[in-house]
Ligand binder design. Structure first.
Ligand SMILES: [Zn+2]
Length: 161
């Protein structure tokens, strides 16, 4: 169930993904939201730094580990433009964060790359969050935002070509 508030945070994720694209990074953006709806932390992909683990969802997990009391983490929500990869899903699970809302799924991303004839640039298997960590409430993909994310990735591929 996606609420208007969820859509507001997803829109911010898409904005952050766009910022990443403009900075020469892969267009992924994510937001950590507290149980009372406050944005605690946000980030976008920084993989162009040369460190390909600089995913926003991973930064969120580590930020939460350092700043959010353990007892409150499961009531926090992570919004993200693209479903967590296996590394980020694991970090989310280890830190004990709660619900994840993703604009587009890993399966969609994989399908887009296939359609564009783009080979995967890593050997990490594109697992769904539910294949990596148990018991996380999941919502996504959300079609209106997935389409915006698809266009950002398409632009990224166009610029790389
Ligand atoms: Zn990741």
């Amino acid at each position: 169930m996606i609420t208007e508030l969820d859509k507001k945070h997803l829109a911010r994720c898409v904005e952050l993904a766009k910022q990443a694209l403009e900075a020469g990074d892969e267009p992924f953006g994510s937001v950590l939201v507290s149980p009372d709806g406050a944005v605690l932390f946000e980030d976008h992909n920084h993989a162009s730094s040369g460190d390909r683990t600089r995913h926003p969802e991973f930064e969120i997990a580590r930020w939460a580990a350092n700043h959010v009391p353990a007892a409150e983490r499961a009531a926090c929500t992570v919004y993200t433009s693209g479903e967590h990869c296996s590394m980020c899903a694991s970090a989310h699970g280890w830190v004990g964060l709660g619900r994840i809302v993703y604009a587009s799924s890993s399966a969609q991303y994989r399908q887009w790359l296939r359609e564009w004839g783009v080979a995967p640039t890593s050997k990490v298997r594109p697992l769904a969050i539910s294949e990596v960590v148990d018991g996380i409430p999941l919502d996504g993909p959300v079609p209106e935002f997935a389409e915006q994310v698809r266009l950002l990735h398409q632009e990224r591929m166009r610029r790389r070509a």
